[in-house]
Design a protein around this ligand. Structure first.
Ligand code: NAP
Length: 335
């Protein structure tokens, strides 16, 4: 059993914890709590050991939470840490805790790539990540772009890929962020996502631009890709249908928006109503003048969760990428 500690218990941390609890080769040793909130209270009720990050034991006592120790205790008990803190605290935590205690760690996509030995998307570069001490699971958007572009590259070869990202403003539980009534363009050229894709799809010619819009339900990507080999629409549909962690949203199902995809996930009885696959609309796939066009949606809170599970196995030296991906998918109800 791989013993896992989770540092940071917000949007990503609580989902990684639930995913770890579903693995038969992993044991959740506990989570860290920075400040008291209902999430910590629910974790405690689920009998997940809670370790504190700061010197605020009395805040937790006042809410009936008996702490199991501090962050150093959790790290010492664990074989590996999944750091789910907000950027840039992952880097700080590495220097302050993980390096001195010689502990392996997985970081999230908000951190800069140099926080880790390698950036990670399981189906792209699991094999390169085996045995690494520090792995960064790339961001939700980079994960989304990497899954579909990797499949296209392996099957047809990608000459160049262009993507416009329409980004959700905040997560649904986030009450403090906007915009409320505006569209905010990114003036970075490219936006940071394109260079980030290259950290897992080494050297791919990919260029991205981005805008932020007032929604909490998923990001959307509009892609256009020049392929080495000509691909008919049907071939692309079939490729995405057999690609791990990609879901083709079929035509004529009246699932024509991100809101309907999120409703679909709830109706499928997915955990928390999450959808961990990248959703490509079949009816949006088309060719024009030698370029392939398609739209895809990314559930930002969820697509990186299976990647964290596979990253743990890779870091711990589990050598079979295909087996890890299948095992993770089965445990999380991804099909
Ligand atoms: N949310 C997404 O859509 C998403 C998607 C993919 C990747 N990511 C990445 O995942 C990481 C975490 O994001 P998130 O959205 O889960 O953040 P979040 O919801 O804000 O949760 C962060 C958690 O870390 C705790 N924390 C605060 N400071 C800490 C520190 N110094 N050390 C350890 N824990 C600390 C927070 O406690 P308090 O509540 O007490 O502050 C909270 O429990 C970021 O790198 C982000 O870029 C996020």
């Amino acid at each position: 059993m791989i013993k896992i500690g989770i540092v940071g218990y917000g949007t990503i941390g609580k989902r990684v914890a639930d995913a770890v609890l579903l693995q038969d080769d992993m044991q959740l040793m506990g989570i860290t709590a920075n400040s008291f909130n209902y999430k910590i209270s629910l974790a405690y009720k689920k009998k997940i050991p809670v370790f504190n990050l700061k010197n605020n034991i009395n805040d937790f006592k006042a809410h009936g939470i008996e702490l199991a120790g501090n962050i150093n205790d959790l790290i010492k008990q664990s074989d590996i840490i999944v750091d789910c803190s907000p950027k840039p605290y992952g880097k700080e935590n590495k220097e302050r805790y993980y390096l001195p205690l010689k502990k392996k760690a997985i970081f999230q996509g908000g951190e800069k790539k140099d926080v880790a030995d390698i950036s990670f998307v399981a189906q792209c570069n699991y094999n390169d990540s085996i045995g690494k001490d520090y792995i960064r699971v790339v961001s939700c958007n980079t994960t989304g772009l990497s899954r579909t572009l990797n499949a296209l590259d392996r099957e047809f070869g990608v000459v160049r890929a262009r993507a416009t990202l329409i980004r959700r403003a905040a997560d649904p539980g986030d009450v403090k962020k906007g915009p409320l009534n505006s569209i905010i363009p990114s003036f970075e050229l490219p936006s940071h996502h394109g260079p980030d894709v290259r950290t897992v799809l080494y050297g791919m010619e990919v260029f991205t631009t981005a805008v932020v819009v007032p929604t909490t339900l998923m990001h959307m990507h509009n892609l256009n890709v020049v392929l080495k080999k000509k691909a008919e629409v049907e071939e692309v549909v079939n490729l995405f249908k057999r690609t791990e962690r990609v879901k083709v949203i079929p035509k004529n199902q009246k699932i024509d928006s991100t809101a309907q995809i999120m409703e679909y996930a709830k109706d499928l009885h997915r955990i928390r109503g999450d959808i961990m696959e990248i959703c490509v609309w079949e009816q949006g796939i088309g060719n024009y003048n030698g370029e392939l066009f398609f739209p895809q949606a990314v559930h930002q809170e969820a697509d990186v969760i299976p990647e964290n599970i596979d990253a743990i196995r890779a870091a711990m030296g589990f050598k079979d990428a295909v087996k890890s991906i299948k095992k993770t998918n089965n445990s999380l109800g991804i099909n």
